[in-house]
Design a protein around this ligand. Structure first.
Ligand code: ATP
Length: 255
């Protein structure tokens, strides 16, 4: 779906020069769910902006197979307060000049996919944080993209709601067969969602983990021994407090 070759990105020059991304090679296969984890300022949003074509990279190329279409879900829902939910959801279609009847249908279909058809006529101030974020997802789905780019979409939600939204997204992904590239700071969230997790550190993709936890994932998946094993490996691949020991591998049980 997407292939990134030797990508690099820097901003400014001279003393203000910042190298944000270096030598990035990356691919996203059809139907795959891939998550990027990296600390704040590691260049995750810059990477998504480049994939989306909002920013030109300083070096390297981004190839997209068969001109696959993409939609972006931002960290904040960014809804227009004077438009109701349905009119927010079909806004990108309206901008593209899609006929009214078609955009109403696409908007309602997208709201149904996130379980919010009942809220079509509410205004943003009447929504909870989780509802607003689902409206933002519906707005991205209304365009029926091949690829969804999601930049920390649930980071502002409380942990229980966030977990529920994760399972919500998984069932949506299974039903719609979209390809998803997700960004988060949370190892748990990455593990419950993804097929593959890549770590962005110092502007490079330093490690990649295949998440071989059985699907469909459920609340039980948190108890899967592979979950805690992968958690340890990924946590150890991220920066540590210098005075604290790293996580030891789990003890093997006696046969
Ligand atoms: N237009 C710009 N001009 C100069 N520097 C920039 C610009 N955009 C981003 N940067 C710098 O690039 C680095 C990476 O920013 P980016 O927003 O991609 O990080 P991030 O990993 O998404 O962070 P967070 O997790 O906090 O959202 C930061 O140091 C930022 O200051």
């Amino acid at each position: 779906m997407i292939k990134v070759n030797n990508l690099g990105m820097h901003f400014g020059r001279g003393r203000g020069h910042t190298q944000v991304l270096k030598d990035i090679n990356f691919h996203l296969a059809p139907g795959e769910f891939v998550t990027i984890i990296g600390r704040s300022g590691s260049g995750k949003s810059t990477f998504l902006d480049i994939l989306m074509g909002l920013v030109q990279p300083s070096e390297g190329t981004v190839e997209r197979t068969n001109r696959a279409s993409m939609s972006y879900v931002f960290q904040k829902p960014a809804l227009l307060p004077w438009r109701n939910v349905l009119r927010n959801v079909y806004l990108p279609l309206q901008v593209r000049g899609v006929r009214r009847a078609d955009r109403l249908k696409a908007g309602m279909d997208a709201l149904r996919k996130v379980g919010l058809s009942y809220a079509a006529h509410l205004f943003p101030f009447q929504l909870s944080g989780g509802m607003a974020q689902r409206v933002a997802i519906a707005r991205a789905l209304a365009e029926d993209p091949d690829i969804l780019l999601m930049d920390e979409p649930f980071s502002a939600l409380d942990p229980i709601l966030r977990e529920n939204m994760n399972f919500n997204l998984l069932s949506l992904w299974q039903r719609t067969q979209k390809t998803i590239l997700f960004v988060t700071h949370s190892i748990e969230e990455a593990l419950i969602l993804s097929d593959r997790i890549v770590i962005l550190e110092g502007g490079r993709f330093v490690q990649s983990f295949e998440v071989d936890i059985e699907r469909p994932r459920t609340y039980e998946s948190f108890q899967d021994p592979r979950f805690s094993e992968l958690y340890r490996q990924i946590r150890n691949a991220l920066p540590h407090q210098p005075n604290l020991p790293r996580l030891a591998p789990e003890e093997e049980e006696d046969p």
